[in-house]
Design a protein around this ligand. Structure first.
Ligand code: CMP
Length: 143
């Protein structure tokens, strides 16, 4: 089983999309094993988005992602990293296919509703930023 990190971004929270996003992942069959709501500090945001430091959109990304509460989650399932990214749609909501979360709800590259890890290595790194291992749970998930 693979784990991935998913975050409902401040725009997703403000637009009332938390349940919609959780519902799509849950109905697909992924297992929610970690969940918390928090407002990111600039330090946590910088850690999360370290690979984008220096890019033109970086200052806007950090100020947006720290602008309000987010929902941080860990989801588990077979090929969860890739599968969740398919459900989310590509980064640019203008090109994300209808039926995907970003395709249905996003309109702006920066405010694209949701984040999901881009690889199992990123997932491991991102999960460790937000969760201690003992904060993750295990239970029987019936399909
Ligand atoms: P996310 O999946 O959270 O990873 C990095 C984020 O940077 C991305 O989603 C976008 O919301 C944001 N971003 C803003 N502008 C750009 C851009 N020009 N290219 C890529 N990502 C961008």
């Amino acid at each position: 089983m693979e784990r991935t990190f998913v975050m409902v971004k401040p725009d997703g929270v403000q637009r009332g999309l938390i349940a919609e996003i959780i519902g799509r992942l849950e109905k697909k069959g992924y297992k929610l094993i970690g969940l918390k709501m928090l407002t990111l500090t600039p330090e946590t945001a910088a850690l999360h988005y370290a690979e984008h430091a220096g890019k033109p959109f970086y200052p806007g990304l950090i100020s947006f992602i720290t602008s309000g509460p987010v929902v941080a989650m860990v989801w588990e399932g077979k090929n969860a990293v890739k599968g969740v990214r398919t459900l989310m749609g590509i980064t640019n909501p203008t090109e994300a296919i209808p039926g995907s979360i970003r395709g249905d709800y996003g309109i702006d590259m920066g405010r694209n509703v949701v984040h999901g890890s881009d690889s199992p290595v990123s997932a491991q790194r991102e999960i460790a930023i937000y969760f201690k291992e003992e904060e993750l749970v295990d239970y029987q998930r019936d399909m």
